[in-house]
Write a protein of this length. Sequence first.
Lengths: 787, 160
Amino acid sequence: MENRETRLISGKGQYADDLDFPGMAHLVFVGSPHAHAVIKRLEVDKALKVPGVLTVITGQEMVKYTNPLPVQANFKSKGWTWRLAHVYAMPKDKVRWYGEPVAAVVAEDEKTARKAADLVEVEYEPLAVTGNALEALEPDAPKLYDDWEDNKQVHLKFDFGEPETAFEEADQVMHIKTREGRVTGLPIEGRGCVANYNLKKDTLEMWGSFQTPYLARHNIAATLGMPEVKVKINAVDIGGAFGLKIHAWKENVVALASKLTGRHVKWFEPQKDFIVTGPHQRDVFWEGDVAFKNDGTLLGVKATVTHDLGVESTNKGIAALSIFPACSAVPNMYRWKGMHIEGVGAATNKSFYCAYRGYGKDKGIKFIEHALNQIARKLGMTPEAIRLKNYIQPDEFPYHQINSYVYDSGDYPGTLKKALDMANVDEVRAKKEQYLKEGKYIGVGVISAIEPAGVAVPNCQMGGITQARVQITADGTIEVHSDRTEIGQGSEASHAIIVSNILGCNREDVLVKPVTSDYIGQGPLSSRGAVYPASAVAKAAKILKKKVSQCAAAFLKVDEASLVMEGGLIFSSNNPDEKLTYKELAEKSYFFPGPRGLPPEILKNHDHLLDVTTTWYSPTTPDSGSSYTSFCTSADVAVVEVDIDTGATKIIKYAHVHDAGTIIDKQIVDGQIHGGIVQGIGEALSERLDYNEKGQLMTSSFSTYLIPTAVEAPDIEVAHLETPSPFTETGSKGMGEAPIIGSKAVILAAIEDALTPFNIEVNESPATPERVRSWIVAARKEQEESK
Amino acid sequence: MTDGHFRQISFTINDRERRLRVDIRKSLAEVLREDLGLIGLKQGCGVGECGACSVMVDDVLVDSCIYLALWADGKQIRTVEGEARDGKPSKVQQAYVDEGAVQCGFCTPGFIMATTSFVEKCKGKNVSPGDIRKAHAGNLCRCTGYQNIFTAIEKSIESD
């Protein structure tokens, strides 16, 4: 069978924008030019008069025909602040962020819909804008939601271990402040879908860029007030997701449009809309104290992280949920006595927060890694020395971290040492003086990180649900189903490898099916692919292998224990000449088992059906409360040169050592590492969502929101360690996020090291050339003044 | 010959002559995708920034989303669909598969045309990693970090 990659290089991809159905209508949205305003009047008559326009949907229709967006995460009961807003897919009377859709025009073709969209007349009464999290928490800040006391959406408080003892035992305490800018994941493809409501059957089917079809079905059915059984969601080829396509938001409007017009309705989002009205991330302020001993032993942290969440997430509660990992990731891979971490989330007039590679884990780790570098500098230690002193050791696994995470396996010192060797750190440092004499500002950054992967949190839609099915069809080809959509992270290839390895069948005979809502699961998010779905697939294949053995032993009249399955053949080691192909086995099992049929014990148990559906759940989460099952580790070492005249940073060397447990496919893992690292580099150096004082987003295109191009991407050297996870079926760990966690921190650390002569603490990202220049100018001024 | 918003033009598309009546306001990307069903090229940004719609017009790589279909009159167009020969992927296409340069695949058709154009232009010349990077700076990829794409490009040059 033609594999996915061969299909895609031939131009045979079927992405949302490629969907075409006879009589398909097109939908486009009309966005608000204001960040906060009352909708005084909304006239659609002129738009409706344009020939070819079928209907115009506004907030009025959403309120009339649909329910508010459903709650996806709820932690109200814990004695924390946890507020959710009552919002519809489009608002009726008030807009709360720039670009918020207020109307959707449906027409025979997209051009007509766009023309008519320009004729939708809206009269707004602008309101005061709440521009950032710190402003939003001021007592007199304009409120976003009338029924909330203030703009504070979330306030979580965690005590890990014994924070008070930690600070009592400390020789020193250091105050640390960091700030991360607002970014977005920005796959090259925006979101899109086609909805078809069948009037006769009262059913709804949708096709599109759904990262999580099962959750999308639940949420769309709830919004439209339809029973879930009447809704089916199909994922098509997805042009990148990174967490940004777990949505069921504008999709509700598309579904309603189909219901109201009785037509297939397509919506494909322009890239600008994806940035302006898409999920955002980061945008946090950290402030706190770190306690340690004079010899570099780490003891404790007391810190607060304040998030600018934007408006209520269209995945209601999921934005707020990302504050949990931000707080819980702070201990990273070190031994601690205790921590008190608070996570605050404020609602502001910006686009909503949702999942993006990292989902908070990155924030906690970036903060603590920055703190470690400051402490090391103060104590005259190298960044690696302080880490090696505090690492959890290879013989301590499984390790119960103070935050309840159960670390599965790893070799933290080995990982870091390897990365330091690869980057020739000693050599670079030895030449630093010389470089400075030549006017070259060269710096070395060192970061190490765990990647908590495979999330399962109760009280939300990320509870750890997953389902997989492996079936040998009657012609011996094998189909695999799961909740793990292919978003470019190699789901299909990984599952085919896992199944063919277990069954000993040919990989090209395994077809991993596109994901639909027919299979239960929360999809590939939080690097759960190699944890939950892959484990479920492996488990199903192992059960199926037993069935294959039973049937094959009966047909070959041999002892089951003597069976060998390899290269697509099944035979007894006692009689290798008599072989069954999978085709023969399947045909016999299903249709031609011989005159006496299969043995009665197989038939009675219905075991002759070569089809297994199963589920998988973490062996550690239920007892420990650890919301993650596997902990991939990585070490990043970067060497950069900062041009102090332009403020530009050039990456000279980049080394990354990765331990994702047992590797299913090295090329896929390497691809994830490369991609994550370069995304992190973008975040560290150039990507920024900048809003003006009116709350309008100023960076809404590829020419203003600067993701790395081929020119900025450095050569990346990757090496692997493999310490298998004892907690997953394959020994693999979830991966894909560690690279972005490490890279966005290591570049800043390297810049800080390069700017040592100026004594600059690089605690703000992105480190754009302008910003680096401003630091240098300020530092020089300070140095001159102190002379 | 113009008739209202329409004009009769002809071009060669993947070695096939086509005469068609095009809307003079349409981009080449729209005509290829909507009128000719060549959906291999992707519309990413629609404003010539991402390169997902890259095709070759008279051997020059263009962003077909900001190139009027009208301008292609009398020219030769190549798209990703025409690169395979006798059912076999081109060297560039095969290198992208072999080197793991395809992740989500959305930018891939544009990249394949960019690499094809680059490899053909560089035939017999020495090419530096910097040349490779610059030649592909107009094609954005968010998944691969470009590393495996670079390897695929190098391999395409070697095998050419």
